[in-house]
Design a protein around this ligand. Structure first.
Ligand code: 2B7
Length: 641
């Protein structure tokens, strides 16, 4: 009897925890968009990876099932099933309580990042059902949950046993809850890319991905025994590389450091930091340590070899990193993260140890690889030259910015100076721009018309980018400068608008203009996207006006088809919008500008290493990879709303 009461008390506690997760899913998994949906898989996989890091699991299988669920299996020790102090199997605590992580904290799980074991219960709470099978101690145990609540009766407090086995491991099968998520179809492309990344970061791990949702099932095995060396090679696979990957590694103060660097013939740097296998979108101390030490080492080589003379100033850090792709991966026993999004590593010892490894190991490497050394210094020289010539343009831009808040080209600015309230619409074409200026609420909505297609920044050098009028106008209007390989002048706190809204026609040309603008923001103002300030307006394609009643806007052909089916015997007139320019100001207000009625799509980066790669594929100079991508994804095309 006493036992039963105890169990009831803890199960109330459990329900409260799960309720909190279901009330605010975004707090636990970031968002309820497709990014959040895919994240469920990563939370479960991360636990299996932790089991690998603890030294027990060699293989992980990830399967997208026909019924829309996902199965993850590992061949680790299996989640413990013995009765825990609270009177339930340890496994139930792992899958139902938000703080199971702490209970199981031991040395084996020291190098974990993310939600630290809490992930399993979060995924459970956000799933219609979850099924768990554990092979351990000779038996196969079973558990099942509905929306996070256990749904199988225990036998004397123990999990039901399905049979005997000599194997060990954990299998988790779950179906995301459509009550929680905006979309429930996992993105195979994104999941594969993330699993591939995980394989690169764990060279002794094999990950098998299977997709049974298609008619023809897909199976891929990711095993990357070259580790992060293979990772940078892969990131650069569509680029003209200038060096072989450079690999540096070492350990100090209990922190393991691995660095892979490769130079390509490009105008940007791509340096990515990982701590305990978790990507740190905003970098942090490991990257500062790396950058400072690498700059120092290269400058002293430059002087030693006479590339820099006594009278010359040092190369800047960005000079040295121009064209660099690098992955800095550390394993830290006690990682701390800074900021709201927890994506910036904060431990001072990480900076110190990474810097030490670079200072010790880089000379070792370069003394044996003089050709690579020369190439890197050539890159730095070239970059320094371009930097000097663009500094002038930049100064002009910065001084102009000070004086021309309202008279900046064709910008029709808003009255409010409270950035949190303000929006700027970037509108394609003068005529749509004109209508938008009439239609807007000038108190907080600014309109910036741009003419035709802007420069594709993926194919242009920085001096061309900065010479482009449309781009200059945008940089000036936003107010926060720009960041690139030649010194980071971007300051998001100066941003004048909370929302930057791309407004282009709902046709192929409009889509092209959208991608050109997104490429510009992604490469030169990535924080705008990372911090969620960039949106794409979604103007409707049709308006149906029934004989009786109010007109309805429809946003795609599917919606029109549905409308036709639902109103089969009713008469209505159909207006088709060819472009924004055809709407009168009133329609434009209602469909695209009015926050009450418009539709916006927020742009978010689902997988940073993949995005850089894909931007290059889609926007770069090479045509064949782009064609291949389009063919491969034509069938997947789907709308996130
Ligand atoms: C902090 C919690 C989540 N856990 C263990 C042991 C093994 C183990 C796990 C797991 C995902 C899908 C298949 C430890 C750790 C719970 O405590 S979680 N394996 N795999 C997993 O979740 N895979 C463990 C010590 C001794 N024996 C087992």
């Amino acid at each position: 009897m006493a036992k039963k009461e105890q169990y009831d008390a803890s199960s109330i506690h459990v329900l409260e925890g799960l309720e909190a997760v279901r009330m605010r899913p975004g707090m636990y998994i970031g968002s309820t968009s497709r990014k959040g949906l895919n994240h469920l898989i990563y939370e479960i996989v991360d636990n299996a990876v932790d089991e690998h890091l603890a030294g027990y699991c060699r293989n992980i299988w990830v399967t997208l099932e026909k019924d829309g669920s996902c199965t993850v299996t590992d061949d680790g020790r299996g989640v413990p099933v013995d009765i825990h102090e609270k009177g339930m199997p340890a496994e139930r605590l792992v899958y139902t309580t938000l703080h199971a992580g702490g209970k199981f904290d031991n040395d084996a799980y020291k190098t974990s990042g993310g939600l630290h074991g809490v992930g399993s219960s979060v995924v459970n709470a956000l799933s219609t059902w979850m099924d768990v099978i554990i092979k351990r101690g000779g038996a196969i145990y079973h558990d099942h949950f509905k929306r996070g609540v256990p749904d199988l009766e225990l036998m004397d407090g123990h999990l039901p046993i399905l049979g005997k086995t000599k194997e060990t491991g954990t299998t988790v099968n779950f179906l995301p809850d459509p009550e929680i998520f905006d979309v429930t179809r996992f993105s195979a492309t994104e999941v594969k890319s993330r699993l591939h990344e995980t394989a690169y970061l764990n060279p002794a791990l094999t990950i098998v991905f299977r997709d049974f949702r298609k008619e023809e099932a897909e199976e891929i095995t990711f095993r990357e025994s070259e580790g992060i060396i293979g990772f940078v090679r892969d990131i650069n696979k569509n680029e003209e590389t200038l060096t072989d990957p450079i690999y540096l590694s070492g350990e100090d103060e209990g922190i393991e450091v691995q660095i892979a660097i490769q130079y390509v013939d490009e105008f940007h740097e791509n340096v990515m930091g990982y701590c305990n296998n978790i990507f740190n979108a905003d970098g942090g101390t490991h990257l500062t340590g790396f950058k400072t030490a690498f700059t120092q080492v290269m400058n002293s080589y430059a002087r030693e070899l006479g590339v820099l003379k006594d009278k010359d100033a040092n190369f800047t850090g960005p000079d040295i990193r121009n064209g660099m792709t690098a992955v800095v991966s550390i394993k830290h026993p006690d990682p701390r993260f800074e900021g709201q999004t927890k994506t910036k590593l904060d431990n001072p010892d990480a900076s110190r140890v990474v810097a030490k490894v670079v200072a010790d190991e880089a000379p070792h490497y370069f003394d044996r690889n003089l050709e690579t050394l020369k190439k890197v210094l050539e890159c730095a020289e070239k970059s320094a030259k371009i930097r000097k010539s663009t500094e002038k343009v930049k100064n002009n831009l910065l001084t102009k910015q000070k004086f021309s808040f309202d008279t900046n080209g064709k910008l029709a600015n808003c009255i409010s100076r409270d950035a949190s309230q303000c929006e700027i619409f970037i509108v394609e074409g003068d005529s749509a721009g004109g209508s938008a200026k009439t239609a807007r609420d000038r108190r907080y909505q600014a309109i910036l018309p741009i003419r035709g297609k802007i420069l594709n920044v993926e194919k242009a050098s920085i001096d061309k980018v900065l010479a482009n009028n449309e781009i200059k106008t945008m940089i000036t209007a936003f107010g926060c400068g720009f960041s690139e390989g030649y010194g980071n002048d971007f300051d998001i706190t100066k941003l004048r608008y909370d929302k930057i809204i791309i407004m282009a026609d709902a046709d192929v040309d409009g889509a092209h203009i959208g991608t050109l603008l997104l490429t510009l923001f992604y490469r030169y103002m990535p924080e705008l996207i990372n911090e969620g300030h960039v949106y794409v307006a979604m103007p409707p394609l049709y308006k149906v006006i029934p004989a009786k009643g109010e007109g309805v806007y429809l946003y795609d052909d599917k919606a029109l088809e549905q409308y036709r089916k639902r109103h089969r015997d009713k008469k209505f007139t159909l207006q088709r919008y060819k472009g924004l320019g055809e709407m009168d100001p009133e329609q434009l207000w209602e469909t695209t500008l009015n926050p009450e009625t418009r539709r916006l799509r927020r742009i978010e980066i689902s997988n940073p290493s993949y995005s850089s790669d894909i931007t290059d594929v889609l926007m770069g100079t090479d045509v064949p990879p782009r064609k291949a991508f389009i063919y491969e994804h034509a069938r997947d095309a789907e709308l996130d709303v």
